[in-house]
Design a protein around this ligand. Structure first.
Ligand code: P53
Length: 480
């Protein structure tokens, strides 16, 4: 009963948000490096402002991040102490192919991840590798127009062949693209897309997304060929949409909003563009760059499991309803849900919505799910020993783990594992802040890059250790 035996408990990070070492080991630059902290971040990540190089006027948090490039042994040791069964991390594409279009990979980059994977296995931790977590080498953007260009599918193939071959036996769980639906909301950060004045942005996004879908299917095929043990997943920024009210217009809006996000996963998990999506493109006069064989190829190479991030549910409102208020929320438009409390960043906290999301994804895809991100971004105030009593985070996570247990135990949803987001404090993707922390481990570093980088377990560290040791049964805790 409860969580299945062998459930993969762990934590998740992304290269650009934790590694730093942006110019070490022959690494090239990527879109994610040049997104600054501050008010220009949002226009840049959403493609409203083109920004492809460092300048003097901005601070770039990814350059050093929490310097995991030099601290990974210490960090993985702490993950081992918590009893992690898995650690989700991403490969920085530009460490392996600094420009993206080289014929031969960069050995220093390959070696870095090999050492990291070996370190994981020392503690019995199974790596779960995101092949691209938002990053695209700058050279591919400048020279080819990024994912708008079909050549990127070949460059990605070169990358995955190298990874699957080199890490055979070390890694068996792979995710092709982090939050593939982010391309629709934050096209520069999510996929390195930049736009010319007057360019048809929808056409560009759907074109680039088609190329990513092809690349994902190729990766799936090659992964299985190189090692039948490999398990490949897609990854979406998940969460159900609630209708603001039972007014039919609100219900319809929620239905439509959800399908906008699902269409990519429909292709990756079911192998076909859904008809509602093709109809919509037809009405908009957008033609996808589908070549002979593409559709059959997508159909033949669907993923083994469906992974997703879950932070907050969203609320949709029909065009005929003007009584509502928008919430800060994240990159996804949402109106405020009057029944929920929000995090300090306006993300609405909804454990039951997590159970609903797990069920709706499982109903739709009938494939095992993997929760690869979940957690609370909050301001932590350390005491004089750098210790943080993060009761608010434990409270959030305990309720979410309980909701996931209900989905598994009561509803019968198949879930392979759970990796909480930012298991060690790292840079926020949405805002570039260090202040927005998710970790079980506090890292002494502030928004402007000051601090010793010292790592200190928080109160939630021991709580999560207890959760893992009891295979998710014991989520109890006491307020200090
Ligand atoms: P942060 C929103 C905005 C940007 C990325 O977000 C997002 C989301 C939420 O869905 O997606 C994931 O750091 C992403 C991570 C990111 C995490 O959410 O803005 O995969 O890279 O850090 C949390 O609080």
């Amino acid at each position: 009963m409860g969580f299945p035996k062998g459930f993969l408990w762990g934590g998740a990070t992304a290269a650009n948000q934790c590694e730093g070492g942006y110019n070490e080991g022959g690494r090239g630059l990527a879109n994610v490096d040049v997104v600054p902290l501050g008010e220009d971040r949002f226009p840049i990540i959403t493609g409203k402002m083109n920004h492809l190089a460092f300048d003097e006027d901005h601070f770039y948090p990814a350059k050093e991040a929490i310097d995991m490039y030099h601290h990974f042994k210490e960090d993985i040791k702490l993950f081992g102490e918590m009893g992690f069964k898995t650690y989700r991390l991403s490969i920085a594409w530009s460490r392996i192919f600094p420009k993206g279009d080289e014929a031969e990979p960069n050995e220093a980059g390959l070696k870095f991840y090999e050492d990291l994977f070996n370190e994981c296995h020392k503690y019995g931790i199974e790596p779960l590798v995101t092949i691209t977590h938002f990053d695209c080498p700058i050279h591919l953007i400048k020279e080819y127009g990024g994912w708008k260009n079909r050549k990127l599918v070949d460059f990605y193939e070169n990358l995955v062949r190298v990874l699957f071959t080199r890490y055979k036996g070390l890694v068996k769980y792979w995710l092709t693209f982090n939050e593939i639906n982010m391309i629709l909301h934050a096209p520069f950060m999510g996929a390195g897309l930049t736009f010319e004045d007057g360019e048809d942005q929808e056409l560009a996004k759907y074109t680039a997304a088609h190329h990513e879908l092809l690349a994902s299917a190729r990766a799936t095929k090659i992964a299985h060929e190189i090692d039948p043990e490999n398990q490949v997943g897609c990854m979406m920024a998940g969460a159900v949409y609630y209708p603001y009210s039972c007014r039919p217009g609100d219900v319809w809006a929620a239905y439509e909003d959800a399908r906008d996000e699902y269409y990519l996963i429909d292709v990756q998990a079911r192998g076909e563009y859904p008809r509602y999506f093709l109809k919509r493109l037809e009405r908009k006069g957008i033609a996808l760059p589908i070549e002979d064989g593409d559709l059959a190829f997508l159909k033949e190479n669907t993923v083994d499991f469906v992974s997703f991030s879950y932070y907050a549910t969203r609320v949709s409102v029909g065009d005929d309803n003007d009584e509502v208020e928008f919430t800060a929320s994240n990159i996804f438009d949402s109106v405020k849900n009057p029944y929920l409390e929000s995090s300090e960043w306006g993300w609405q906290i909804d454990p039951l919505g997590f159970r609903t999301t797990l069920n709706s994804l499982y109903d739709r895809y009938q494939k095992p799910l993997f929760v690869v991100e979940n957690g609370l971004g909050a301001v932590d105030t350390p005491d004089e020993n750098s210790y943080v009593a993060d009761d608010y985070r434990i409270d959030y996570m305990a309720k979410h783990v309980d909701a996931m247990r209900d989905a598994i135990d009561i509803d019968g949803v198949e879930v392979l594992g759970y990796t909480s987001w930012g298991c060690i404090d790292l840079v926020s993707a949405g805002t570039g802040e260090m202040k927005k922390r998710y970790g079980f481990i506090y890292v002494d570093r502030d928004n402007e890059g000051n601090g010793t980088l010292k790592r200190t377990p928080k109160k939630s560290f021991n709580w999560y250790k207890q959760v893992i040791a009891s295979n998710g049964e014991d989520t109890s805790w006491q307020k200090d």
